[in-house]
Ligand binder design. Sequence first.
Ligand SMILES: NC(=O)c1ccc[n+]([C@@H]2O[C@H](COP(=O)([O-])OP(=O)(O)OC[C@H]3O[C@@H](n4cnc5c(N)ncnc54)[C@H](O)[C@@H]3O)[C@@H](O)[C@H]2O)c1
Length: 358
Amino acid sequence: MSEATTTPQKLYPIPAPRLQEFVQSVLTANGVSPQNAQITASCLVQADLRGVDTHGSNRIPSYMERIRQGVLDASADPTLSQTTPVVALVDGHNGFGFPAAHMGMARAIEMAREFGIGMMSVKHSNHFGMSAWLVQQAIDAGMMSLVFTNSSPALPVWGGREKLMGVSPIACGAPAGKSKPFILDMAPSVAARGKIYKALRRGEKIPTDWALDSEGKQTDDPAKALEGVMLPMGGPKGSALAIMMDLFSGVLSGSAFAGNVTGPYDPSKPADVGHFLVAIKPDLFMGLDEFKERMDYLYQRVVGSEKAAGVERIYFPGEIEQDMKEERLQNGIPLSEAEIEALNKEANRAGVDPLKVT
Ligand SMILES: NC(=O)c1ccc[n+]([C@@H]2O[C@H](COP(=O)([O-])OP(=O)(O)OC[C@H]3O[C@@H](n4cnc5c(N)ncnc54)[C@H](O)[C@@H]3O)[C@@H](O)[C@H]2O)c1
C-alpha cells in the first residue's frame, strides 16, 4: 500500500496580502532589513499560493529559531562580484537564502539581456524554499532559467544506507506566448522532505514509498521517516541528480558539499548552502514571436495528448501550481490551527499583530 490515510483537518483561509504583511513584520522584528524581509516574505507566500505549503510561511518558526540560535545572520546583506562578463558570484554571508538567490537571478537576467546568458554561483547561503519562485523571477523578465541548490543530507546515494546527499530540487523554466509557461521544480526524492514535516505537523500518515525508518523498513509514520532516510526517485537516477545538484551548487561555489550542509533543524552551525542559477534569453536563435509560438505549440501538443485510461486532464509542468495560485489568490491560503498557532507564537515573541481567523 502506498496511499496514506489522512484525517481531514479544519483549515482557515488567510488572504495572501495579509500573510505577506504578517511574515514581513515577523522578519523585520527579528532583525531582517525591510528590503530583505519583503523579498523573503514574498517568496514564502508565493510557495503558499502555488500549493507548495511545505516551503511557505510555515517555515517561519524554524527560520526564526535559527536566528535565535545564532546560526543564521538576520541582518546580513548579500554581496556580488563579477567574474567574467557572463559569470558572477553572490556571497550570502550566512543571511537568508532568499535575498542572496534573488540578487543572483536579478544579475543573471541582466547579463542574459546583454550577452544572451548569465551564470551565477551563490555561496554561504541558506535554504531558499521553493525553487519555482526563482524560475518565476526569470519568466517575469522573459527569460528561460536553470535553478539548482544543494541541501542538508537526507538521501542515501544509490546502494548506500547513510544520509549523504540533500533532497535538492532541480528546477528550470521557459516563458511562453498565450499558454502557461513551463516550470519544472522537483526534488530528486519520491517526495520532498518538507511533505513529511507537513504530515507530522498535521498529524497525518505518509505513503509507505516515501522513506525508510532508522531500521531500513518502510513506514507510514512521518516521525519514524524523519529518523530514517528519504528514498530517491528512480533509484540510481534520483541519486545521480542529487549528486549533480551538490556538484553545481556546492563544489563549484565554494559552499559546503558532500554531506556537509547543515540541516534546517540542526543548531550547531551555519547551513552554508550553495546555489547555481542560469538565465537564458529565449530569442537567441530565432525571433521572440517564433519562440513563443513554438512554446504554445509544445504546450498544446502536451496537454492535448491522447489520455491514458482514467486520466481526466493532462497538465504542463507547473500548471497545477499555477491553477492553485489563481484559486488561492481568490479564496485565501488555507492554514491549519496548529500552523496558525506556531506562527502566532512567533508574532507574540516579535510583538507584532497575530493572524486572526474567522
Ligand atoms: N530548497 C530546498 O532545499 C528544497 C528541498 C526539497 C524540496 N524543495 C521544494 O519542494 C517543492 C516540492 O518538490 P516535489 O518534488 O515534491 O514537487 P512535486 O512532486 O509536487 O512536483 C514536481 C514537478 O512535477 C510537476 N507535476 C506534478 N504533478 C504533475 C502532473 N500531474 N502533471 C504534470 N506535471 C506535474 C510539478 O509542476 C513540478 O514541476 C519544490 O518547490 C522544491 O523546490 C526545496
